[in-house]
Design a protein around this ligand. Structure first.
Ligand code: DGL
Length: 272
């Protein structure tokens, strides 16, 4: 199956998910869309997030993708179920894979979730975890400052530690043993979050879990590009599209993806 995988996000953060996909499925062609003109989604209303998500998906469908990954936690939490219902191809969001991993790995049944205001307000992670195991206790917390800190490169600055300590003290107080990083940007702050939470708390990277889930779903549906994966060094084609000028995306991509990206095309998303 040689059609590409589509990945979308509100902006650059979804590259933390794309990075895992490139690692696990190196032979796959990927079309990435980042809605940089309208980022962030995390403080917006459900109505707007649904509208934007529908447009993002519609754009990817034009590229004849075989499978769609909603890398954005906010869109996954608030809009994906509604939008995916209009299409035949399979779509995966980041909520279920992250929730499943946390529900399985917790020892004391106390799970923390951190994310944007919209993700936490939707209660999507808590609902999913309770579907898997109604006995688990879920503690949710919005940490909106983490997104700009990650984008500005405040990865291991003192200010970031102070903010993380302030936010996360409530998670320490309620004794979670597992904490879901429920936002595309938080893997960049993993070290700070790990230092604040301490050695006994396991961090769940929803992006990594989603890449694993994608691999399984593609394999089960016989959608893996087998011709490419049999090459000695499979190298799929990666195309990047953004809804505003590509410069900032290009700069941030190096941090979020570990390597620079060259082919970035600007599109007008309002027409979708
Ligand atoms: N991509 C978003 C998420 O994972 C974070 C940035 C935003 O608020 O749009 O929730």
């Amino acid at each position: 199956m040689d059609r590409p995988i589509g990945i979308f996000d509100s902006g650059v953060g979804g590259l933390t998910v794309a990075r895992e996909i490139f690692r696990m499925l190196p032979g796959e062609d990927v079309v990435y869309f980042g809605d940089v003109a309208r980022t962030p989604y995390g403080g917006r209303s459900s109505e707007i997030i649904v509208k934007f998500t529908a447009q993002d998906v519609s754009f990817l469908m034009e590229h004849k993708v075989k499978f769609i990954i909603c890398a954005c936690n906010t869109a996954s939490a608030v809009a994906l179920d509604e939008v995916a219902g209009n299409y035949r191809i399979e779509m995966v969001g980041v909520i279920r894979p992250g929730a499943e991993a946390a529900a399985e790995k917790t020892s004391n049944g106390r799970i923390g979730v951190i994310g944007t205001n919209a993700t936490i307000g939707s209660n999507a992670y808590a609902r999913m975890i309770h579907e898997i195991n109604p006995e688990h206790k879920v503690f949710s917390l919005a940490c909106p400052l983490f997104v700009p800190l990650a984008e500005e490169g405040y990865i291991d600055k003192e200010a970031t530690y102070l903010i993380a300590k302030d936010y996360l003290q409530t998670m320490i107080d309620v004794d979670v043993d597992t904490l879901i990083l429920g936002c595309t940007h938080y893997p960049l702050l993993k070290q700070v979050i790990a230092d604040v939470m301490g050695d006994n708390v396991r961090l769940i990277d929803s992006g990594q879990e989603t890449a694993r889930a994608t691999y399984r779903l593609l394999a089960d549906a016989h959608l893996i590009n087998t011709a490419a994966s049999q090459q000695p060094t499979p190298q799929g084609e990666h195309k990047f599209f953004v809804s505003d000028v590509p410069e900032k995306f290009s700069q941030l991509a190096t941090r979020f993806l570990d390597h620079p990206v060259d082919r970035i095309t600007r599109v007008d998303i309002s027409g979708y």
